[in-house]
Design a binder for this molecule. Structure first.
Ligand code: ATP
Ligand code: ZN
Length: 292
């Protein structure tokens, strides 16, 4: 079976065709522009291909409540033109197939749980630390939805004692995204993240905030694996700092071997590498196909 997959990012769109093994057989990508223009490119890509379902992992916030009149819409994004855009509706007008529709990070979480670093587990968290911070939550074999979808990138943080940076989140100032996403690093240190030396204090402060968020998430959700992706996590020195920070924060209270002894295989890179997003969209499509 072939599945259409769309990884809809704020910077670029990736479209592809995958199969039940999570293999990507064909793919293309293009920059995210105005919604009509971008969707025209998506439709053009899929129009002469065959597939049994389409999975979409989208930047957000998005409406994922099937009972809502605006189900399938992009909601409050500051991205010009996209707020209030009926993304799923635009696809449905062209392709009459079952649709999987979720956030980009929920897609990545289910992709990792199906074929990647959390394969065989029935829970995991997927964080992306990039232009923003997003968190996908997979628990008891399902993606977590409630009022809307989790927005764990905006959890509040306790300040690092040597950090007086105000934070850059337009909603919260010093939430996790406001303190630790790529643009926060750049605003705090006046250079882009990849230009900072590996032994710069920036990384200790960066890891301090990420470890805090992870510690709270572990206490709240008890995930069996935590996967960290996104541009900022291309800095490998962050992993040991974050792992040590989590152990320090939890202080032995969560007495699981994964944390106390084997944290190197508990907080990990995406098993699907940069393919996590697109493979995740395939996984969403497969689930939609099986439920239809
Ligand atoms: N090697 C690196 N080291 C540190 N920061 C980096 C590195 N590469 C990219 N970044 C930062 O990560 C951010 C881009 O993140 P990413 O590559 O995940 O893209 P994105 O898809 O736009 O992000 P998002 O997932 O939030 O939509 C930028 O702020 C950039 O400065
Ligand atoms: Zn915020």
């Amino acid at each position: 079976m072939r599945i259409g997959a769309i990884e809809a990012g704020g910077t670029k769109f990736v479209c592809g065709i995958g199969n039940e093994l999570g293999e990507i057989e064909d793919r293309t990508s293009f920059p995210t522009e105005a919604p009509e223009r971008t969707l025209a490119q998506v439709i053009d890509y899929f129009k002469d291909k065959s597939f049994g379902a389409i999975g979409v992992g989208s930047f957000g916030p998005i409406d994922i409540n099937p009972n809502s009149p605006t189900y399938g819409f992009v909601t409050t994004t500051p991205k010009p033109g996209w707020s209030g855009f009926d993304f799923l509706g635009a696809l449905k007008r062209h392709f009459d197939v079952p649709y999987g529709w979720d956030t980009d990070v929920n897609a990545a979480a289910v992709g990792e749980a199906t074929w990647g670093a959390a394969k065989g587990l029935d829970s995991c968290l997927y964080y992306t630390i990039g232009t923003g911070v997003g968190v996908g939550v997979y628990a008891e074999g399902k993606l977590v939805h409630g009022l809307m979808h989790p927005e764990g990138g905006h959890v509040l943080t306790r300040r690092h004692p040597e950090d007086d940076f105000a934070g850059v989140c337009p909603y919260h100032g010093d939430c996790l995204e406001g303190m630790a996403a790529g643009p926060a690093l750049e605003a705090r240190w006046k250079v882009k993240g990849h230009e900072l030396p590996v032994d710069h204090q920036a990384w200790e402060i960066e890891a301090f905030y990420i470890a805090q968020a992870l510690s709270s998430a572990i206490l709240m959700l008890s995930p069996q694996k935590i996967i960290l992706g996104g541009g900022v996590m291309q800095q490998p020195q962050l992993f040991p700092l974050i792992r040590a920070g989590v152990q320090k924060n939890l202080n032995g209270y969560v007495n699981a071997a994964e944390i106390v002894k084997n944290i190197d295989s508990y907080i990990v890179e995406p098993g699907l590498g940069t393919q996590a997003g697109l493979s995740g969209a395939v996984a969403l499509g497969i689930r939609a196909f099986n439920q239809a």
